[in-house]
Design a protein around this ligand. Structure first.
Ligand SMILES: [Zn+2]
Ligand SMILES: [Zn+2]
Length: 81
C-alpha cells in the first residue's frame, strides 16, 4: 500500500491524498508536479527512477487506510541537479 506522504521533498509544499500534483517514484519518494516536471525533469534525485503521477486514494478509504503524516523534506536535496 502506498504511504501517500504529505509533502514534496524538494519544496515542502503540501500534497494531500487527493492532490493531482503529487508525483512519486517506485520507492515513493514524493514530489510536487512543479519540482518533478521542472528541476527534476521527471527523474527522482534519490534513486534515479522515473516519477509518475501518484494515484489518488478515494476519500472513503482514507479513514481505514490513512495517508502518511510523516513529512520528508530535504532542503537543498534537489539543488544538486
Ligand atoms: Zn516541490
Ligand atoms: Zn526515488
Amino acid at each position: 500500500m502506498l504511504q501517500i506522504r504529505p509533502s514534496c521533498e524538494c519544496c515542502n509544499i503540501d500534497l494531500p491524498p487527493d492532490s493531482t500534483h503529487a508525483r512519486i517514484c517506485t520507492f515513493e519518494c514524493t514530489f510536487c508536479s512543479d519540482c518533478a516536471d521542472g528541476i527534476l525533469a521527471g527523474i527522482c534525485p534519490n534513486c534515479g527512477g522515473e516519477l509518475v503521477v501518484r494515484p489518488r486514494r478515494p476519500a472513503q478509504k482514507l479513514s481505514k487506510y490513512p495517508a502518511s503524516a510523516e513529512r520528508i523534506h530535504k532542503p537543498g536535496g534537489c539543488a544538486h541537479l
